[in-house]
Design a binder for this molecule. Structure first.
Ligand code: SAM
Ligand code: SF4
Length: 329
C-alpha cells in the first residue's frame, strides 16, 4: 500500500477499546464517558480487519487503546493474530500498555508471539503518578514491569514530558531505564481532543529537553528505527537508546508508515486529522472481504500529507474531535 506521497504503509495501530483504568490528564477528562459496549466490534471482527490489512501489506500491528489489556478476553485476539506471524506478511505483533495488567497477562502475551512491549510510565514517584493518572496504583505498574521482564518481553518505556510535573525527573528515568536495560522514548504532549487541562500548561518542546540532557549525558544520534516516528540517540553512560517523538517541534509526517483503526471500526489515516472511513457496515455486509479491501484502498488514497495541529491549539480548543484513547497511541 503506497499513498499519493510515495509513503509505504506497513504499520497498523489498532485501538481495541476506548476504556481505561487510568485518567492521564493529557489523554482524557476525569469524568470521561466511554462508548457503549454494544458499539464495539467483536474480537472476531477486529481479527478480520487485521487479516485484510495483513493481506494488503501490513507487516506490524500494535494493539493499543484506551488500555488494551482491560478489554475482556483480549488475549484471544493476540493468540489469533500471533498465529499469523511467520506465515503471512505479519512480522511483528506488539502493544502499548499502561502496564497495570501485565502481572496477569505477560506470559500469555509472550506465548502468543509478542516479543516487545511499550509501557507508558511518566514518573517513578507515587505522588506525581497520582497527579498525572488520577489513580494510586503505581505499584501495579511496577509489578507489571517485573512480570514482563520475567516473561522475557523486551521493554521500552514511553514518557510524555510534562513541564513542571516530570521534566525534573528525566535523569532519574534514564538511570532507572539503564539499570533495567529498558530503552526510553520521550513524547511531546499533543493537542488531541479537549481534556480538563489546557495543554499549554504542561507542553515542553523536546528540542529544549535534548539540549538540557546534552549538558549531562553523552548522546550519540543513531540511524535506528523501531518502525515508528521516534528519532533515536544512544545515551552512552546509561547504555540505552533514547527515542524522541516530536510531533509539535519537528514534524515527522514525511516518513509516516502508519494507519489506525478504532474499536468501532473507523480507519483514521492520520492521528492529527479528523477524516475517517467507517468499516463497520462493510464488515457486516455479504461481500465483506472485497468491500473492506476497497475501503482500505480508499483510505490509502485519502491519507493526508501531514497533521494539522499546532502549538496554537494548546491555549484553546483542539481541532481534533477525539482524544488519544479513541484512536490509540
Ligand atoms: N493505555 C495505553 C498506554 O497508556 O500506554 C495505550 C494507549 S495510550 C493512548 C498510548 C500512548 O499515548 C501513551 O504512551 C500515552 O502516554 C500517549 N498519549 C496519550 N495522550 C497523549 C497526548 N495528548 N499527547 C501525547 N501523547 C499522548
Ligand atoms: Fe489510559 Fe493510556 Fe490514556 Fe493514560 S494514556 S488515560 S493509560 S489510555
Amino acid at each position: 500500500m503506497i499513498d499519493q506521497f510515495g509513503r509505504k504503509i506497513t504499520y497498523l495501530r489498532l485501538s481495541v477499546t476506548d476504556r481505561c483504568n487510568f485518567r492521564c490528564t493529557y489523554c482524557m477528562s476525569e469524568d470521561v464517558s466511554f462508548l457503549p459496549k454494544k458499539d464495539l466490534l467483536t474480537l472476531e471482527e477486529l481479527e478480520i480487519i487485521c487479516s485484510v490489512f495483513i493481506n494488503k501489506g501490513i507487516k506490524k500491528i500494535r494493539i493499543s487503546g484506551g488500555e488494551p489489556l482491560v478489554r475482556k478476553n483480549i488475549i484471544q485476539l493476540f493468540e489469533r493474530l500471533g498465529k499469523k506471524l511467520n506465515n503471512s506478511n505479519l512480522d511483528e505483533l506488539t502493544l502499548t500498555t499502561n502496564g497495570s495488567q501485565l502481572k496477569k497477562y505477560s506470559s500469555y502475551l509472550y506465548d502468543a508471539g509478542v516479543r516487545r512491549v511499550n509501557i507508558s510510565l511518566d514518573t517513578l514517584d507515587e505522588k506525581k503518578f497520582h497527579l498525572i493518572t488520577k489513580k494510586n496504583n503505581i505499584l501495579s505498574v511496577f509489578e507489571g514491569i517485573k512480570a514482563a521482564q520475567n516473561s522475557k518481553l523486551k521493554i521500552k518505556i514511553n514518557t510524555v514530558v510534562l513541564k513542571g510535573i516530570n521534566d525534573d525527573e528525566i535523569d532519574d528515568l534514564i538511570l532507572w531505564c539503564g539499570e533495567n536495560k529498558f530503552d526510553l522514548t520521550l513524547i511531546e504532549t499533543m493537542p488531541l481532543g479537549d481534556t480538563d487541562i489546557l495543554r499549554s500548561t504542561n507542553y515542553l518542546s523536546l528540542s529544549k529537553v535534548k539540549k538540557e540532557l546534552m549538558k549531562r549525558w553523552t548522546l550519540e544520534d543513531i540511524n535506528f528505527s523501531s518502525g515508528g516516528p521516534a528519532k533515536y540517540s544512544i545515551i552512552k553512560e546509561a547504555n540505552i537508546k533514547l527515542g524522541m517523538i516530536t510531533p509539535m517541534s519537528n514534524n515527522f509526517c514525511s516518513g509516516c508508515n502508519r494507519i489506525r483503526v478504532t474499536c468501532t471500526g473507523k480507519i483514521y489515516m492520520c492521528l492529527g486529522q479528523n477524516n475517517s472511513i467507517d468499516l463497520k457496515k462493510a464488515l457486516r455486509s455479504k461481500q465483506s472481504y472485497r468491500s473492506l479491501e476497497n475501503l482500505i484502498d480508499q483510505s490509502i488514497i485519502e491519507k493526508p500529507k501531514k497533521h494539522n495541529f499546532t502549538t496554537a491549539e494548546f491555549s484553546g480548543s483542539s481541532i481534533i474531535e477525539r482524544t488519544m484513547n479513541i484512536t490509540g497511541g
